[in-house]
Design a protein around this ligand. Structure first.
Ligand code: GRF
Length: 267
């Protein structure tokens, strides 16, 4: 029997990508079992999908944590191993010009929620963590505790646009409103920025003249349900590797970026 990887999935909403991954796992089209599903709200409809399949779930109510951070300072404390300077220095969610107090409050409060997640889903309980419509940025505090080997990232996200175009929360909406002729979705490893990590796979499709935002979103999701399991299977087969690339620019200077190389299938 083939060795299977253990997947943890984080969701915030309906969980149709989670369903696609559950189905792929059940049908054997990916060599993976889902160890647990985590959510940032008890209202995440996708939790029901996990429960129907007997998959354990973990809920950390981010909204309640954020309310406590704002209105009851001191009630929830950051984890003991939280180093604000380190996390602030690494994060790339906010630009360097952002207000320091706002950034520090955000990072500290998120680390409180993230420590609760890490406690409920210890990093050694999964091989790969997939974000499937998880609508929260992860901070370096969390990412470093999952990616203990920096050369082997193991948090994936699916984004509803052809990155690096249209990062953020409404990829299909932004694509549609911009008047693009092509839309798509991207699976990437998570790094310290927002939707900025090394790209694993993408699907593109033509936008039709009669498309509405709803029809575009529907067609986009259908692509996502195929793309995500494919990328997970590449990970399960050990075919994803990251390489630091450096390119000289024609006008002088250099461009560096970590990219994913997909290794050929072993025979
Ligand atoms: C998807 O469009 C995904 O790309 C984005 O959030 C949406 C989640 O949908 N990150 P679902 O919860 O998987 O149905």
């Amino acid at each position: 029997m083939k060795k299977k990887i253990r997947i943890g999935a984080l969701i915030s909403g309906g969980g149709t990508n989670l369903q696609a991954i559950i189905d792929a796992s059940r049908s054997g089209s990916i060599d993976a079992d889902i160890a647990f599903v985590g959510a940032d709200t008890p209202a995440a409809k996708g939790l029901e999908r996990a429960r129907q399949h007997g998959i354990p779930d973990v809920v950390v109510d981010y909204a309640a944590v954020i309310r406590a951070c704002r209105h009851e300072p001191g009630r929830l404390l950051p984890p003991e191993d939280f180093r604000l300077e380190d996390v602030r220095g690494k994060q790339a969610i906010f630009p360097p010009s952002a207000d320091r107090t706002t950034v520090d409050a955000f990072l500290t409060c998120r680390a409180i929620a993230e420590a609760l997640l890490l406690k409920a889903m210890p990093p050694d309980s999964f091989d790969l963590l997939v974000l499937a419509g998880f609508m929260r940025n992860l901070t370096p505090y969390f990412i470093d505790r999952v990616n203990t080997d920096r050369a082997r990232p193991r948090i994936m996200n699916i984004h509803p646009a052809l990155l690096p175009a249209f990062p953020g929360t409404d990829g299909y909406g932004d694509t549609f409103r911009y008047g693009c002729k092509v839309a798509g979705c991207t699976v990437h490893f998570v790094d310290y920025g927002e939707d900025s990590g090394p790209i694993i796979g993408q699907r593109a499709f033509r936008i039709r003249e009669d498309d509405t935002l709803d029809s575009l979103r529907r067609r986009g999701l259908e692509q996502e349900w195929q793309l995500y399991p494919e990328c997970i299977q590449l990970f399960a087969e050990g075919r994803l590797t990251t390489v630091r690339m450096r390119f000289e620019r024609p006008g002088g200077g250099a461009f560096e970026r970590t990219v994913v190389k997909v290794l050929p299938k072993k025979r």
